[in-house]
Design a protein around this ligand. Sequence first.
Ligand code: SD4
Length: 325
Amino acid sequence: MKRRSFINQNSFGLAGALISPKIFEYSKIIDTSKIIQNTTPFVLSTWNVPESTQIAADALEKGVSALDAAVLGVAYEEKNLKNNSVGNGGAPDRDGNVTLDACVMDHNGNCGAVLAVENIMHVAALAQDVMEKTPHVILAGEGAKKFAIEQGFTPEDLLTESSKKAWKEWLKKGDYHPEINVENHDTIGMLCIDKQGNLSGACTTSGLAYKMYGRVGDSPIIGSGLYIDNNVGGAVATGLGEEVIKTVGSFLIVELMRQGRSPQEACEEAINRILEKHEGKPDFQVAYLATNKKGDIGAYSVVSGFSYTHNKNKINQNTNSNSVY
Ligand code: SD4
């Protein structure tokens, strides 16, 4: 079946109505005759994002690859104006620019990332393009935007009236403190296992609200915001990126799982690595979410408030993570 006719026939219901047709261009289907192992698809995402996980799960059910499903799933939140930490409607930096970061990683260890991109909503799809269509892993800023436009992404203003209003309010205080708490972060890190049993992931964010212009966090950094090893498992991060980068959190979790730790033990150890450097209760949030290839889940955060959504066997479930404080 030709890709276009597959897309038309299946049209992914809700997703079709809400995200740019460009995304569909990237959704290749698996030749089902080649599926040797028919694993039950599995979707795991940071935060309470039932629509995103359902879109990814529906795509996986139809035979879409784990990578394409993750990019498609996170695209819903990139378009969702209610999510002020991702894509369109994301909080701007302190100068009023919305700058987005994203990365993807597949089951073969291929990865792509875009950093500090302006005016392009679907940055996870763009990161996938960097991975698949360039000889590079990372494109940043103007170069990433230029590449996006060459690939047919439409540049648009991503600063919504409500984000602008909140930013203007923040300006009145004028004291810059990179605060990250339950209310102001919703970075979407999604891990998917497809019918072939392959694990891939995507991570997308507008980063820290009111950051300095040009600041990049952990989310697009392979090993920090996301890491996948198809033999072991995968991990994603949300929260104060500076702390995640300093401990290369997602890579650390996958390596701990390789050494025999459960996803839960690995997430707890990664949070402890951060806390070892701080006296008492820190004034920031970091949360990790991980799975191994069996589909065991681990989640842990510095302070309470982090939750994750899991979709398996057509059931979406949102669960609160345990935390240190
Ligand atoms: C960052 N980790 O840029 C991101 C922020 C985040 O929801 O998770 N926001 O540091």
